[in-house]
Structure formats: structure tokens, C-alpha cells
Design a protein around this ligand. Structure first.
Ligand code: SF4
Length: 370
């Protein structure tokens, strides 16, 4: 996830304040019959059928665009897939940690999540890649907890610090409709893996009420192939990180995730198979495809040369790659001298050079943060 500037954050808060949306206390599970104490977000789910068409038409996207999940929603398959993912939580294998805990019974896995959905925030985000932001912003939903748990995580309070609020799936569906209503161009689920079941079930509810925005799956890249296959035909845009080229580095800085490299490489191939190469539409917005992010780290901890060479050799040369320069030491990074400083201009320039030498042609090169 890109860093949000103070100005962007203020803009997001402004949107929330003008719409007067409150943050309700919610029931724990989807399908649960408990009533929510406030219905401000779920009002959007209660709209009559003739309003649904209006909601869909109001989306600030190409009117001919149809999100991938819509067909599966109409056939009933979307709900089925959500239920399949939900059942996996009984012996949780949703991410490569494969903890095997029973989240439905209330147990928490390595990621810190039980079956209770927890969301930190939802708002238009203006700090994401340009084709996702457009004029109305990317409609981000930030989930609490994380299965990868990096020592340098910029959002550690949310991913590892327990920050967030308990929500229902119905409420998340309301958020999706709200983000569409205020003019966002996509639904961008950030750190989604451990809540993939909740997301698909919410998407199914929101689709029934007029959601038509593309779904952006904004992940650390460390995914199980079996789970990704369940998302085939649901996700429109995959936005994975490719953080390391050496499993030892992943193990050291991302909580023993030694399988990061091979799991992420397999995941990228599967994502490419599902959604293809990302190309912005004539309106400048992205509607479909694979968009990869690589955060360059100091002292080449990220193994950038090998990362870009692997992409060039295994994916189309015009694969969208954002070479990110904004690393800054956060959280536990100060315990590791080699990553306890920012990147130098030279390190970043060298990374871009490697990507060009590898033959990659669709690079997002960032302005100088140095
Ligand atoms: S999603 Fe959480 S509980 Fe499930 S396997 Fe991953 S870390 Fe474990």
C-alpha cells in the first residue's frame, strides 16, 4: 500500500464528514440474525430494486464496464465460493501459514484474526497508483491483522497492533456501495487474504444492490495457489507486492516466511493467467490486469535485480511494475541496522536501471523522495 500524505488523509476525512456516515457497532458474523445498532451503512443494502439500477448507473466508471464478479453473482457461484472459503476457516489454510486453527470457533491464527471481521478504515485513497486513483480516488477498505507480519511494516498498528473495529459482512457490503456512491473508481481491499471469505460474501451482497466497480485485490503477494484459484472470475485487478527474491530475507524480516519467493512467483503466474496484463482504458482508469509493486529496500535486502529479472523472464515484458522508493524504517526495523535507514538516490536509480536492462517496458518510476 502506498503511503498516504496528510493532505490526502484530510481529504478522505472530509468525504466522510460531508456524507455524515457514522461508524456503527456491528454483529460479528455474516448471516447472523443479530441486528446492528446503527443502519447508516446498511441503508444502502435496504434500497428497493428500482434504486439498485440507479446505484449501478451512478458508478464513476466506463458505463460499458462489467466487473468480473457480476456473472458469478448472477449464477449463484459467487456466494458458493464465499461459503467455500468460509468453511476453510474451520481448519484455516487461507494463507501459506496454514495454521489449521478453527477460526469459526473463535480461535485466532498467526495473523491475529478469528472469523470476526475487523476493519481499520474505509475511504477514497488518493495515494495509490494513478490509474486506480483517477479523480474520485481508489475505494480502499483496510483490514486489521496480517499473516505476513513484516518487521518494517508501515501500518503495523493495523496489521500487528490490533487496531480496528469489529464489523459484519453486511456492513462491509454497505461500505462498498458507499465508496461507489461517493465516486470512487474501484473497491480496493487492502491485506485481504485472511478475510477473503468475508470479502466475497460482502461482494455478493453489494452486487445484488448495484455494485459495479472493479475489485482490486491488494495483497503482499504471499498467497496459496488453491485460494487464488477460488478467486478466478471474481477479482478484476490484482495488486500484489513482490517483496524479496531470497527466502532467507523473507524469513528474517517477514516472520519466518521462507516460502515467500516461490509462493509469490506461483501466485503472480496464476494472477497473470486470470486477469492478464494491466492496460489503462481510454479514460485513464485501470479495469483489469496484474499490477505488481516492488519496494526497493536499503542494502538490496529486497534483491531487486533478481526480482525484475524474474518478472521479465516469466511474465510479459509490458507487465505493469511500480518500483517503489518510499521505504523508511518503521516499527521493528531499527533492530536491524541494514534496514534502519532510508534508501539512497543511487540505490533507487540502480534498481530502475536493472528493470530497464531486464527489458521491462511498463515501469512506474517514482519521483525523488530523497
Ligand atoms: S489466514 Fe490467519 S489463521 Fe488462516 S492460515 Fe493464515 S495466518 Fe493462519
Amino acid at each position: 500500500m502506498n503511503m498516504q500524505t496528510r493532505r490526502e488523509f484530510a481529504k478522505s476525512c472530509f468525504y466522510l464528514s460531508i456524507t455524515g456516515l457514522s461508524i456503527p457497532i456491528l454483529s460479528p458474523f455474516a448471516g447472523c440474525k443479530q441486528r446492528e445498532t446503527s443502519s447508516s451503512l446498511t441503508d444502502l443494502l435496504d434500497q428497493p430494486q428500482n434504486e439498485v439500477v440507479k446505484t449501478a448507473r451512478a458508478a464513476k466508471i466506463d458505463s460499458n464496464f462489467e466487473p468480473a464478479y457480476l456473472k458469478l453473482h448472477h449464477s449463484g457461484e459467487l456466494k458458493k465460493r464465499g461459503q467455500m472459503l468460509w468453511d476453510i476457516m474451520q481448519n484455516c489454510q487461507l494463507c501459506p501459514r496454514e495454521c489449521g486453527v478453527d477460526r469459526i470457533a473463535g480461535e485466532k491464527g498467526f495473523c491475529g484474526a478469528s472469523a470476526q471481521l475487523e476493519i481499520s478504515s474505509y475511504h477514497p485513497h488518493f495515494g495509490e497508483e494513478r490509474p486506480l486513483v483517477g479523480k474520485g480516488g481508489s475505494g480502499t477498505i483496510f483490514f486489521s491483522n496480517c499473516g505476513l507480519r513484516c518487521v518494517f511494516c508501515i501500518n503495523w498498528e493495523i496489521s500487528q497492533g490490533g487496531e480496528g473495529t469489529a464489523r459484519s459482512i453486511e456492513n462491509m457490503a454497505g461500505m462498498m456501495l458507499y465508496l461507489q456512491k461517493i465516486g470512487c473508481h474501484n473497491i480496493n481491499v487492502v491485506t485481504p487474504t485472511h478475510y477473503s471469505a468475508h470479502i466475497i460474501l460482502a461482494l455478493d451482497m453489494a452486487a445484488a444492490k448495484g455494485l459495479r466497480l472493479p475489485l482490486v485485490y491488494n495483497t503482499c503477494g504471499w498467497e496459496r495457489l488453491e485460494i487464488l484459484k477460488t478467486l478466478d472470475g471474481i477479482v478484476d485487478i490484482y495488486l500484489p507486492d513482490f517483496k524479496y527474491s531470497d527466502g532467507k530475507m523473507a524469513a528474517k524480516y517477514s516472520s519466518e516466511a521462507e516460502s515467500y519467493v516461490e509462493a509469490t512467483q506461483a501466485a503472480l503466474l496464476e494472477m497473470q493467467r486470470q486477469v492478464g496484463t494491466a492496460k489503462p482504458a481510454p479514460d485513464g482508469l485501470m479495469y483489469r490486469g496484474l499490477m505488481i509493486r516492488h519496494l526497493v529496500m536499503p542494502n538490496d535486502v529486497s534483491g531487486t535485480k533478481q526480482v525484475v529479472e524474474w518478472i521479465a523472464e516469466n511474465l510479459p515484458k509490458d507487465t505493469y511494475l511500480n518500483i517503489m522508493s518510499q521505504y523508511r524504517p518503521m516499527y521493528k526495523a531499527f533492530d536491524y541496522p541494514e534496514i534502519s535507514r532510508r534508501l539512497t538516490q543511487q540505490e533507487y536509480s540502480q534498481s530502475v536501471k536493472w528493470a530497464k536492462q531486464a527489458g521491462l517496458t511498463n515501469l512506474e518510476i517514482q519521483g525523488s523522495p530523497f
